[in-house]
Design a protein. Structure first.
Length: 173
């Protein structure tokens, strides 16, 4: 927990211990979190407390196609603002629904209550967002081929031939 009255000078270093890494792997449904650390600078800003830094992790997860374990390195920027609960501006803006680049003025905001916030939980959530649920390992293509799954446009076989014939017949009419 980081106290909001007097922010630490320099970067706050977060490093998950073995127990925390096991819990995170279970929470995110992956094989393991082999390492997780972050270095986050904190500073007061107009709307709250700005947090900026990097999160680094090494995880083992299952290949989405073959199910084999694959090792993945994650290096992600962390940019957000902590704001006191109830101070978020929830007024709709003219640009709702429009994608735009995140800048220091429009980064994610996380509400906190009391006089402290949990920077470790923010790092954990950042890890969860960075995990690719469709990560593929080196055996993915061979597994697809063995299962008869082909790339789009490479379909063949009786069903594909029948469909092609039916489409040709429609085209002639």
């Amino acid at each position: 927990m980081v106290k909001t009255r007097m922010l630490p000078a320099g970067a706050v270093i977060i490093e998950a211990d073995e127990r925390e890494r096991i819990a995170l792997a279970d929470r995110f449904g992956i094989v393991s979190v082999d390492a997780l650390s972050a270095a986050i600078e904190l500073e007061f800003c107009k709307k709250g407390i700005r947090a900026e830094g990097t999160m680094n992790a090494r995880i083992t997860q299952s290949c989405a196609v073959s199910g084999d374990d694959i090792s993945v390195s994650i290096d992600e920027p962390v940019v957000l603002r902590f704001i006191e609960e109830g101070t978020a501006d929830l007024t709709p803006s003219d640009d709702d629904g429009i994608d735009y680049e995140i800048t220091p003025d429009n980064c994610d905001e996380i509400e906190y209550t009391g006089d402290a916030f949990d920077l470790g939980e923010v790092v954990a959530q950042s890890l969860g967002l960075a995990i690719d649920p469709y990560a593929e390992g080196p055996a993915a293509d061979a597994t697809r081929k063995k299962a008869g799954i082909v790339e789009e446009g490479q379909q063949d076989g009786p069903l594909a031939e029948g469909l092609a014939g039916a489409l040709s017949a429609l085209k002639k009419d």
